[in-house]
Design a protein around this ligand. Structure first.
Ligand code: BES
Ligand code: ZN
Length: 869
């Protein structure tokens, strides 16, 4: 048993917890009564606690025996040891602990969050000495319930929780279940709010929120009452999330064929929040941008984000909350599944949004990390809490989700769903391992699931499938090997069981084919010579494809005619990956992109645009004009086609595409005319004389920043501070990283740590400045100088991890060397393999730069007809 696991000699079954937070002194008082089972004679009980003071401990049993315990705290291990004067006999006991703790500002455990009050309440608050509101909220996953109350803080130690919150009379108090009793405590100005007992569940899912919060009217779905809570004045931004929630609650009830496991559902927007959202059973917490929006001014991307987050967390109410992984190594069972279900439900809600196609882009993000030598398997041994936190990454979410999608498509959606139902029924109120999921899916499908899935879940990496035609022209040859961006290390014998789908055209007829590639190579004879073939037809496979010989050119000759959007996305994304890996000359890749000028699908465009952003960080300064001209050239047709305003009846994806295209034209393309128009439109829109589509409006902000002056900067800071919605606030904040003047870059860096930017946002702002071509050198100097301050300020390792992702953009040999030196000298770890992965990504970028610089320069000068560099 690992040193990080609690002994199982004593286990809890029910906690009665009473907490009294003090929102002005930032402390809380607590007491708990825990029903435990002593399984073997012990004189000592070990449980988790950290940053808590334990004042008294007693234990009693049914025979009337009562012992007073002595407490020792081991802060390093985040544990409390309770020693008793006599041995506790096996059987039921009741433990009573009194404790106090801090409402910290680190966005974990039981913590405080602050916000500015609406004008109507400011006068009263000022009289009381502040204009800020304070609320208290919790974030316990992965291992921070132990900061709020002493507990067995492991996912397998499920118990019933009976919670009472003692709070100031006018405040709202929310927990996982309905309020069953509320009583005033005479003479104190306080009330005790008692909640119904929860289902048997893990500690990390418990939630307490206390503050001046307002709820919307409830919406009913399948008999469950759903409300949105927010700080005063923001309730008007809740409609969209409520709709998504009501739809998905019903959808999941049907899909899982198990009722919703809670007795109500509150969705709560917390102004300071470390992650996007957290699936506390019945009391889901969110950062404001992930829950609240004004549908009239939010972009399509911002609204789809909310739909995904809300629905993801609701998917967890079953997958995660009702059935929970036994330990953090199985986190993917929670997160990959919620990701998969999230896309399925959003797609069912809004089929026109094409979310499975958009998921192609998420899969590509997983391909990026999983193409590193420093990748890891989806399921991976986890010991320390710090490493549990590092499991929340693209491999767990996006690779795990993509692999589930591949399996679902392979088994068939109904069979897959039946397996999921079996799994939930069998393990409800309890815990499960990956093998339990395999067993349930195996029973439903009568297939040997472990054999198929082993390579995808328990091994790092993924295959590159190469397809070629044999000399006879009528035999398709498939081969596989591990794909990595940097050479070497791909262990020979790395073989996956790949459910391959393909579509080929021969003698004018198009035919679908399937095969299970379970060895290094396979040959498929065709009757006629093959004209073209697309592998990973339908686009769900978690592998990349390389087309040998002429097959690639034949495919991209007229992609719009023979390929579905998701296939076009994959073809482009795979080709770019193969280019980065040095298997396709960059010029050839760039030439092929010319065939996509008529593209109108926004997902495919995201594959076309991403490499330009990447290249922009690598090209030599002298090449930039040629590069910008290339970008403008590739965008010319679509820019002309879309214009600045939506056509009547235009769909949301096209509106989103317009925003994205204009933004790139005005920034990477550095197009003066676009910048000019953007400035004029932005001014008219701010003056209220012109209505602008929200997607374009967001692009205007980015373009104006890219071309912006000091006066623009001032007005953006003001707009950030006075923003009417969480989305608008973020838009202006993010834009501060886009100003190019070094003095303004310096101001943004200082601003990030000034206290005016929430610590939940500052790491992202820092990351943007590290990734910006014009800001990165200054940003890196700043990071080195202020590292200690950021360590202190940011919410735990997560903040540093987010910021440090930005070092992947420091793609010059000099900066790379300096980055490596810095992290090595300071012996920094970001948990798991995170830092190693960032450094490898940086290596890939610099290696690409060194390898392709000359080729790129000559390609660009050939195009522009001048020698640019
Ligand atoms: N369980 C997570 C929240 C979480 C993340 C807790 C990391 C501890 C560490 C939640 O279900 C989640 O996945 N949230 C995502 C958003 C989601 C839509 C992918 C997040 O917070 O980014
Ligand atoms: Zn999740």
């Amino acid at each position: 048993m690992s040193q990080h696991r609690l002994p199982q000699s004593v286990v809890p079954s029910r906690y009665e917890i009473e907490l009294a937070p003090d929102l002005s002194a930032f402390v809380f008082q607590g007491k708990e009564t825990v029903e435990v089972t002593v399984r073997e004679p012990v004189q000592e009980i070990v449980l988790n606690a950290t940053e808590l003071q334990l004042h008294s401990v007693t234990i009693r049993n049914e025979t009337g025996e009562r012992l007073v315990g002595r407490i020792t705290l081991d802060e390093e291990a985040e544990r409390a040891r309770l020693h008793f004067p006599e041995t506790l006999a096996p059987g039921p006991w009741v433990l009573e602990i009194a404790f106090t703790g801090l409402l910290n500002d680190k966005l974990h455990g039981f913590y405080r969050s602050t916000y500015t009050l609406p004008p109507s309440e400011q006068a009263a608050a000022e009289a009381a000495g502040s204009t800020a509101g304070v609320l208290a909220a919790t974030q316990f996953e992965a291992t921070d319930a132990r900061r709020a109350f002493p507990c067995w803080d492991e996912p397998a130690c499920k118990a019933v929780f009976d919670v009472t919150l003692v709070v100031d009379e006018p405040l709202a108090a929310i927990s996982n279940t309905r309020v069953v009793a509320e009583r005033t405590i005479p003479g104190t100005g306080k009330k005790a709010v008692r909640f119904a007992p929860t289902i048997r569940m893990s500690t990390y899912l418990l939630a307490f929120v206390v503050g001046r919060l307002a709820a919307t009217d409830p919406v009913e779905a399948d008999g469950v009452s759903i409300r949105v809570w927010a700080v005063p004045g923001k309730g008007r931004l809740a409609r969209f999330a409520l709709e998504a929630a009501a739809f998905s609650l019903h959808f999941f009830h049907e899909y899982y064929a198990v009722p919703y496991p809670g007795d109500k559902l509150d969705l709560i927007a917390i102004p300071d929040f470390a992650f996007g959202a957290m699936e506390n059973l019945g009391a889901i917490t969110f950062r404001e941008t992930a829950l609240l929006a004004d549908e009239g001014t939010a972009t399509h991307a911002e609204l789809t984000r909310i739909a995904h987050v809300v629905i993801h967390e609701i998917a967890h109410m079953w997958f995660g909350d009702l059935v929970t992984m036994a330990w953090w190594n199985g986190l993917w069972l929670n997160e990959a599944f919620a990701t998969f279900m999230e896309v399925m439900a959003v797609d069912a809600w809004k089929p026109a949004w094409g979310r499975w196609e958009a998921f192609g882009a998420s899969r590509a993000a997983a391909f990026l990390t999983d193409g590193l030598h420093t990748s890891r398997p989806v399921e991976f041994p986890v010991a320390a809490p710090k490493d549990a936190e590092a499991m929340f990454d693209v491999l767990t979410y996006e690779k795990g989700g993509a692999v589930l999608r591949m399996l679902e498509q392979y088994l068939g959606p109904e069979v897959f769903r039946d397996g999921v139902r079996r799994y939930l029924i069998r393990h409800q109120y309890a815990n499960a391992e990956t093998t339990d999921l395999w067993r349930a899916l195996g029973e439903a499908s009568r297939q040997a699931i472990p054999e198929v899935m082993e390579g995808w879940i328990f091994r790092p990496g993924y295959p590159l499938v190469t397809v070629s035609t044999a000399d006879d022209g009528r035999t398709l040859c498939f081969s596989q090997r591990r794909f990595t961006y940097l050479p070497d290390g791909g262990e020979a014998g790395d073989i996956w069981r790949i459910p391959i789908t393909y579509r080929a055209r021969a003698k004018g007829a198009v035919r679908d084919g399937r095969l299970m590639l379970a060895s290094a190579e396979a040959r498929v004879p065709c009757k006629e010579p093959v004209e073209w073939v697309v592998v990973n037809a339908g686009g769900h496979g978690f592998y990349r494809v390389q087309y040998a010989g002429d097959l690639w050119r034949r495919l991209v000759r007229n992609p719009g005619e023979i390929l579905a959007p998701i296939e076009r996305f994959n073809v482009l994304s795979d080709a770019w990956a193969v280019t980065l890996a040095g298997l396709l000359p960059v010029g050839e890749y760039l030439d092929a992109t010319a065939a996509f000028g008529g593209e109108t699908d926004r997902t495919v465009w995201s594959a076309l645009l991403a490499p330009f952003t990447y290249l922009s960080r690598l090209i030599e300064p002298a090449c930039r004009p040629g590069f910008e001209a290339l970008v403008r050239d590739r965008l010319a047709a679509i820019v002309a086609r879309l214009g600045w305003s939506p056509a009547v009846g235009e769909d949301e994806r096209t509106r989103q595409l317009r925003g994205e295209i204009l933004r790139v034209q005005g920034t990477l393309g550095n197009d003066p005319a676009t910048q000019e128009t953007a400035r004029a439109r932005y001014a008219r829109q701010r003056a209220g004389s012109e209505a602008v589509d929200s997607n374009v409006a967001a692009a205007l902000v980015a373009i104006c920043a890219h071309a912006g002056s000091e006066a623009d900067y001032e007005s953006f800071v003001a707009a950030f501070k006075g923003a009417a919605t969480p989305q608008e606030e973020q838009r202006y904040l993010k834009a501060l990283a886009d100003f190019r003047d070094p003095a303004l870059v310096g101001r943004t860096l200082a601003f990030a740590l000034s206290g005016e930017v929430r610590t939940q946002d500052a790491p992202f702002l820092m990351r943007e400045t590290l990734m910006g071509v014009h800001s990165r050198e200054q940003a890196w100097l700043f990071v080195k100088e202020h590292w200690e301050a950021m360590e202190r300020l940011f919410p735990s390792l997560t903040g540093l991890r987010r910021m440090c992702e930005g070092v992947t953009g420091l793609a010059t040999p000099e900066l790379e060397a300096d980055v490596r030196r810095f992290f090595a000298e300071r012996k920094i770890s970001l948990g798991g393999k995170t830092l190693e992965q960032y450094l490898e990504q940086l290596r890939i970028a610099v290696a690409f730069r060194e390898r392709e610089a000359a080729g790129l320069a000559s390609y660009l000068s050939r195009r522009s007809g001048a020698s640019c560099c």
